[in-house]
Design a protein around this ligand. Structure first.
Ligand SMILES: NC(=O)c1ccc[n+]([C@@H]2O[C@H](COP(=O)([O-])OP(=O)(O)OC[C@H]3O[C@@H](n4cnc5c(N)ncnc54)[C@H](OP(=O)(O)O)[C@@H]3O)[C@@H](O)[C@H]2O)c1
Length: 235
């Protein structure tokens, strides 16, 4: 555990930005869109199913595009300040998962073409293959093997971003997610693959999706985690 982060108030006081949200119809994405609009940002939600967006707001534009095709994305990225991704893809034992890398590859290509430099994305605790050794027996031997295909592709995406260092990326790694709105809880952050207590054991193994969105929005106003991965939780 290394530090705490700015509060919700800091995010609300940030400069107003033009934000593209990928995965805006998802459980975290919906919290992120709502909070961004509440803070006065302008949001372009890139979705595959516009009917799933129920929020109505003058500062929200909903567009259909292919998250795996730079040409499809770049027209919507032009003139924007930041891309935020809350995309998620289901685990697959048979074919593996490729959605994180293929979408991020298209995103980065599109960003370069239209000169957008900031991307914030979410993965998970324990993306690094050996990072789960301190986790509880249940997580280490049951949950992690079940979702290994997702974690592996997330880790590949993290590596891809590290190798594209002209881009100002941040990878946010939350623990298990609960469907709870943003709270006023303090964040614990760690530049690693999980947040630990003073003995090195994981602490705070779940948090609300609303708080993940709140953390991601605090990054708009801060350079602290640029070109870094950060594990987070709340206390
Ligand atoms: N569950 C956990 O405990 C946990 C813990 C840590 C991290 N995470 C990760 O956190 C992220 C967000 O989780 P979440 O539960 O908020 O996700 P979610 O509700 O499953 O939302 C996923 C989003 O990705 C979009 N998406 C998926 N495939 C797409 C495609 N081919 N084209 C366009 N959009 C596509 C979905 O669009 P549609 O609405 O159209 O399907 C949806 O908006 C995921 O990567 C997840 O793995 C989860």
């Amino acid at each position: 555990m290394e530090s705490t982060t700015p509060s919700q108030t800091d995010a609300q006081e940030s400069l107003k930005m033009k934000i593209v949200v990928l995965g805006a119809t998802g459980q975290t994405g919906q919290y992120l869109v709502s909070q961004a609009l509440e803070h006065g940002h302008t949001v372009t939600a890139i979705v595959r199913n516009p009917g799933k967006i129920t929020i109505r707001n003058d500062k929200l534009k909903v567009v259909e595009a292919d998250i795996f095709a730079a040409d499809s994305l770049k027209v919507h990225f032009k003139g924007q300040d930041v891309i935020v991704s809350c995309l998620g893809f289901p685990a697959s034992f048979i074919s593996g998962v490729t959605g994180y890398t293929t979408s991020m590859s298209a995103v980065v290509s599109a960003m370069r073409e239209v000169r957008v430099n900031r991307v914030i994305t979410m993965t998970s605790w324990y993306t690094e293959p050996d990072s789960g050794t301190q986790a509880s027996y249940l997580i280490r031997f049951l949950l992690l093997p079940m979702i290994r295909s997702v974690l592996s592709n997330m880790y590949e995406m993290e590596t891809f971003l590290k190798n594209n260092n002209d881009i100002s990326w941040t990878v946010v790694r939350p623990p298990g997610l609960k469907n709870q709105p943003a709270s006023a809880k303090e964040f614990l952050t760690h530049r690693g693959y999980f947040v630990s207590d003073s003995s090195g054991n994981p602490t705070g193994s779940t948090m609300g999706r609303g708080d993940v969105a709140r953390f991601m929005l605090t990054l708009l106003n801060s350079n602290t985690w640029v070109k870094k991965g950060v594990a987070i939780t709340t206390i």
